[in-house]
Write a protein that binds this ligand. Structure first.
Ligand SMILES: NC(=O)c1ccc[n+]([C@@H]2O[C@H](COP(=O)([O-])OP(=O)(O)OC[C@H]3O[C@@H](n4cnc5c(N)ncnc54)[C@H](OP(=O)(O)O)[C@@H]3O)[C@@H](O)[C@H]2O)c1
Length: 362
């Protein structure tokens, strides 16, 4: 790309927002020029707005330290500054629904981490290796709302990436999966900052995350669905039962899965071969943030582990292991991904790269 595309981050001071800045600091296509957050941070230099709550390993990238944070609620402030807006604000759902539509109506390409628009039937829920063709619904969005340049795409809940890509690879190889039971062990960063109180977490597991099990059961159907007549029609072939738990791990969500095949069942070695050989459109297009390989199968009996595997592929790869027979369904396995990278900022950046290559962002 000759000239970098100017981008903004809404919710730049939060857990996901900070990951955006870390991942975009040296991005070959995108240049972050606009930062926004709540009215509490608005008017402050970024380094002052995040003082005492910068959670990334390295320091705040130099180019962002003195940028003045704007109020994400005032759309007019961003006009003319950037074309692409990553949204990672934490507000009530109704406000986010309206705010993201307003940014899109004002000509911004909005790629969001929030769940507000995931059930809007003309908004694609993107896992770029699985459903790149869902971006074609942007033409319908533009027609319906009269947007010339605006668009709206979202990424799914951060708990599902570690099994969606393994499932999709098997489906693409011709197998039909009709049942899955999944138990997730989800990291603290998934709850934003400061997250649950320490006294609830030390020496403990929280067996409830509000709304998470419903999202884990419903969102896959839309991602596996088809675009028809301006809507994404869900594919409900897989029935999912989810148990979601919060555990005292900083980053990296684990999913322990049992799957059942309808009809033909693959052998264990074949499943591993399919997973190791899988690549999606982002890998074929060599997008800057596409991990190669996208799926890593570990042979060790005690992997994947958050500490050891979450940063694989710069936090964008899925690590899978412990494939074995299941006494109730057909097979069991464990998947892991970095929740604030592949499950949040990184997944959205990959979607934005796909938007560029598909010509929706010029
Ligand atoms: N953490 C994850 O792993 C993860 C994964 C996937 C999706 N998500 C989603 O991504 C979004 C951000 O999550 P997070 O974990 O980064 O949350 P967070 O750490 O709590 O950060 C929230 C951000 O929203 C801003 N904000 C709060 N109220 C606002 C308002 N009224 N107007 C404008 N901005 C406001 C905050 O600004 P101030 O700093 O000024 O308060 C901050 O920048 C959420 O919708 C979440 O569900 C999170």
């Amino acid at each position: 790309m000759e000239k970098k595309l100017k981008v903004g981050v809404l919710g730049a001071t939060g857990m996901v927002g900070q990951n955006y800045l870390r991942l975009l600091a040296n991005h070959p296509w995108f240049e972050v020029v606009y930062l926004a957050a709540s009215p509490n941070s608005a008017g402050k230099k970024y380094k002052d707005a995040v003082a005492g709550r910068w959670h990334m390993k390295g320091d705040i990238p130099e180019q962002f330290k003195n940028l003045v944070v704007q109020d994400a609620g005032i759309v007019s402030k961003a006009i003319g500054k950037c074309q692409l807006m990553f949204s990672a604000v934490e507000m009530d759902k109704k406000s986010i629904l309206a705010l993201e539509l307003e940014y899109a109506a004002k000509g911004f390409a909005v790629v969001s981490n929030n769940s507000a628009h995931r059930s809007t039937d003309d908004v694609p829920v993107m896992v770029p290796e699985i459903n790149p063709e869902h971006l074609d619904i942007i033409l319908d969005q533009r027609k319906k709302y009269g947007w010339r340049k605006g668009l709206l795409a979202v990424k799914p809940n951060c708990s599902i990436q570690s099994y969606m890509i393994p499932l999709f690879a098997l489906m693409k190889a011709g197998y039909v999966i009709d049942k899955m039971i999944v138990t997730t062990l989800q990291a603290l960063s998934g709850a934003g900052y400061p997250g649950p109180a320490a006294i609830d977490l030390v020496d403990n597991v929280l067996p409830y995350i509000s709304g998470e099990e419903e999202k884990s059961e419903v969102e896959p159907a839309k991602i596996f669905g088809k675009v028809r007549n301006g809507k994404i029609v869900p594919d409900n072939t897989i029935k999912i039962s989810a148990h979601c738990n919060r555990v005292a791990v900083t980053d990296g969500h684990i999913a322990c899965c049992s799957i059942h095949f309808k009809g033909k069942k693959p052998k264990e070695e074949e499943i591993i071969k399919i997973w190791r050989g899988f690549e999606g459109l982002p890998q074929k297009l060599k997008l800057p943030s596409a991990p190669v390989p996208v799926m890593i199968y570990r042979d060790e009996i005690d992997r994947p582990q958050p500490q050891k595997d979450r940063d694989a592929g710069n936090g964008q790869a899925i690590t899978v292991g412990r494939l074995r027979k299941c006494n109730v369904f057909d097979y069991r396995f464990v998947g892991l991904h970095h929740n604030t990278v592949r499950g949040a900022a990184g997944g959205s950046i990959l979607t934005a790269e796909l938007l560029v290559t598909k010509g929706y962002l010029k």
